[in-house]
Design a protein around this ligand. Structure first.
Ligand SMILES: Cc1ncc(COP(=O)(O)O)c(C=O)c1O
Length: 425
């Protein structure tokens, strides 16, 4: 989410790991709203919600101010409370875990699948079983379709049913992706609720923005209410209705609304989602072809029947004294106008969580996330990138990773990870 800043050494445009793709049609859509009567709470919001329902095949869409707000609304709608535990992947953006903490629930970090980097259903089951035995009140599992690769939703649904917990799809990375033979990520075919982000690095943008998707009418109504101060209006909603001006606050809500300017941009962007994802997939394919001769780079996988949406193109390499440090490689790429990023440092290593007693030993059960964190780097991927940009980035990285230390090996499995590597840093 870092913004590419000015670099005095770079003459051309900086290639960052992600950026928005806007055209004249998008600009016209926003200007039309600016020339109209409603800058917010007008008709564009509802139109965007309908377009999202049509695109994702869900009954209800509630647009809101960002993806974090969508997750917070989901946490409020699912009634998570202090004392509740919610299972989240160790490797994700902060917001996935923070939405639990906002409502006083405990995010419980679980390790990821070594190949797809999505939450590992076997680990989810192991922890669900143990937490239940310990008498913990586990309320939900949140899956994240990491980098655009869908989680194993059928397996997670089976676990959610067996352990009677809710299932949340943090789909912020995977708009336009599919799983289980063509089922769209975000469709709520398996999850109870899905959340999206329209941040500029995502597949489509509204500047800032997000949405909660669900097939549950009560949840959608509640999310809509909470998005707008927890208020209701109208004779049918208010027992002592006093007039058309009357609104009544029935829940402690927030102002998480999306403006009409943003919604209009969202409608225009959504029309291009399919095209954007196809271009991202073509870029990913080109990177993978370019890296084929290199034994030092490990490219992302697409595990059938998943269709990867490539929000990120995350490669893995062994950094260190025998090759090159990640920071040095990042610095050298930066000098050449290429800005790389790391997705992600395990959330629990952030000071806010690491300093809490509850998380003191958390890293011990996260060997895959810890090992993967040492290896990952996200390369530029967004629709405007040309094939020659992609080839230049791939060439640059291959030149910088010297061939002294042979192959990129898979991350160690659980049994071979030595404990001293797992301390909180
Ligand atoms: C997995 C994931 N969840 C949630 C969010 C939060 O979205 P937003 O930045 O729109 O609040 C992000 C944003 O990067 C994300 O990557």
């Amino acid at each position: 989410m870092d913004k590419p800043d000015e670099n005095p050494h770079v003459t051309g445009p900086l290639l960052s790991y992600g950026r928005q793709c806007l055209d004249d049609e998008d600009i016209r859509a926003v200007v039309e709203v600016l020339n109209g009567d409603w800058l917010t709470q007008g008709p564009a919001g509802e139109r965007f919600e309908q377009a999202l329902c049509d695109e994702f095949g869900v009954r209800y869409a509630v647009v809101c101010s960002n993806g974090t707000a969508a997750l917070h609304l989901a946490a409020l709608c699912l009634d998570w409370k202090p004392g509740d535990v919610v299972i989240v992947p160790a490797m994700t953006f902060l917001a996935t875990a923070n939405c639990c903490a906002y409502v006083g629930a405990e995010p419980y970090f679980v390790d990821i699948d070594e190949a797809t980097l999505t939450i590992d259903p076997n680990e989810v089951e192991r922890h669900l079983r143990r937490l239940r035995t310990e008498g913990k009140r586990v309320r939900a599992v949140i899956g994240v379709d990491m980098a655009g690769h869908a989680c194993d939703w059928p397996a997670l649904r089976a676990l959610a049913d067996r352990y009677d917990v809710a299932l949340v799809d943090d789909a912020c990375h995977a708009m336009g992706g599919t799983y289980a033979d063509g089922v769209k990520v975000g469709s709520c075919a398996h999850a109870d609720v899905s959340t999206l982000s329209f941040h500029p690095v995502k597949h489509i943008t509204t500047g800032e923005g997000g949405a909660l998707l669900t097939n549950d009418r009560d949840m959608a109504d509640r999310a809509r209410r909470l998005r707008s101060h927890g208020t209701v209006r109208g004779r049918d909603q208010i027992a002592d209705w006093d007039g058309p001006w009357h609104y009544d606050m029935v829940d402690l809500g927030l102002n998480y609304r999306l403006s009409d300017l943003q919604s209009a941009l969202g409608i225009s962007q959504l029309k291009k989602l399919g095209k954007f994802v196809e271009r991202r997939r073509a870029i990913a394919k080109r990177y993978t072809e370019c890296f084929a001769p290199s034994s030092l780079i490990r490219c992302p996988v697409e595990r059938a029947p998943v269709k990867h949406a490539y929000h990120l193109y995350v490669v893995r390499a062994k950094f260190g004294p025998d090759t090159i440090s990640r920071n040095e490689l990042f610095g050298r790429c930066r000098e050449q106008g290429v800005q790389l990023q790391v997705h992600y440092r395990p959330v629990v290593q952030n000071t806010y969580y690491a300093r809490q007693a509850a998380y003191r030993d958390a890293l011990r059960s996260l060997p895959v996330s810890c090992a993967v964190y040492q290896e990952v780097m996200s390369l530029p991927i967004y629709p405007q990138l040309t094939d020659s940009d992609v080839e230049r980035v791939a060439r640059l990285i291959m030149e910088l990773l010297p061939g002294r230390e042979g192959r990129v090996r898979p991350s160690p499995d659980r049994s071979s990870v030595r404990r001293p590597h797992l301390s909180v840093r």
